[in-house]
Design a protein around this ligand. Structure first.
Ligand SMILES: NC(=O)c1ccc[n+]([C@@H]2O[C@H](COP(=O)([O-])OP(=O)(O)OC[C@H]3O[C@@H](n4cnc5c(N)ncnc54)[C@H](OP(=O)(O)O)[C@@H]3O)[C@@H](O)[C@H]2O)c1
Length: 260
């Protein structure tokens, strides 16, 4: 089975209006998949969908939805119920960097909803038809910060740890049913999310979103966890093989303190 037969006809990508999600849309259009692009900014989604339709002769649907609204799944289902969604790219997310108490509880809870609850709802819905068809895939965009306690971004890192652990478990459970699960763990990436902070003290450079998304598309079906970029891999390797969890947290505490 080729990529399109295994993961087509449609890929639904959340957070497709910018950054890594937009890059996923470009990579998956190249593979010939039709797309459902989800985010709040409709004009951006419409511009991207018409560009990709022209360039790759695919169908791309711009679906403006606020994933933090209570009935977001109903809005998504109105469009997707008649379609064959073979790939879910759960990528939309929000991050906070700063002193813990400078972020409101309300914002922490929105972050937990968008980064954890929304992917859980989308997975539960879309995996059912994938299981019936005995084929499909799910990609979760987590983060290398999910591998360690991360001071000044503790709640965010916790949400990403959830995605990593959930993805590992689901990958094992769903593989015999024909579904591939991949957790993408980017390091610093040049997107709107990182535009407001100074990461010059970090040991790695910001990566381009296209390279990050491409590494996930290439790894789907072959791996469960993928970390793009040489320095990010060195860091993850050191964090697992050389340093204790306490040392990792201390190092990241010192680095993160310089970013805001
Ligand atoms: N950039 C990094 O260094 C980095 C590193 C590791 C992991 N990540 C992860 O990568 C993923 C993508 O982030 P990014 O770096 O590409 O940042 P980004 O450019 O800010 O993209 C975030 C996307 O999420 C969408 N979004 C946010 N809130 C939403 C909502 N309520 N409803 C619907 N869509 C919403 C945004 O679209 P609208 O504003 O149009 O709704 C946007 O398309 C996130 O999960 C992030 O945690 C990023």
């Amino acid at each position: 089975m080729n990529f399109k037969e295994k993961y087509g006809q449609y890929a639904l990508i959340t957070g497709a209006s910018s950054g890594i999600g937009e890059a996923f849309a470009k990579q998956l259009a190249k593979k010939g998949l039709d797309l459902i692009l989800v985010a709040r900014r409709k004009e951006r989604l419409e511009k991207l969908s018409s560009e990709l339709e022209k360039k790759h002769k695919i169908k791309a649907i711009a679906l403006a939805v606020d994933l933090l609204s209570n009935d977001f799944l109903r809005e998504i289902r109105e469009v997707t119920d008649p379609l064959k969604v073979g790939l879910l790219v759960s990528n939309a997310g929000m991050m906070y960097i700063g002193n813990y108490l400078d972020n409101s509880l309300e914002n922490d809870l929105r972050m937990i909803d968008l980064n954890v609850k929304v992917p859980a709802i989308l997975t539960h819905h879309f995996v059912q038809k994938m299981i019936e068809r005995r084929r499909g895939g799910i990609i979760y965009t987590a983060s290398i910060l999910g591998f360690m306690g991360t001071p000044f971004s503790s709640i965010y890192a916790g949400t990403k740890a959830h995605e990593i652990v959930k993805g590992e478990g689901l990958a094992y459970e769903l593989k015999p049913k024909g579904i591939d699960v991949l957790v993408l763990n980017p390091g610093l990436t040049e997107t709107e999310m990182t535009s407001g902070n100074d990461f010059s003290a970090m040991p790695m450079k910001l990566m381009k979103p296209d390279l990050v998304a491409k590494s996930a598309v290439n790894a789907l079906g072959k791996k469960v966890l993928v970390t793009p970029g040489f320095m990010n891999n060195v860091l993850v390797w050191m964090s697992k093989r050389i340093m204790s969890r306490k040392m990792n947290t201390k190092m990241f505490g010192m680095l993160m303190a310089k970013t805001f």
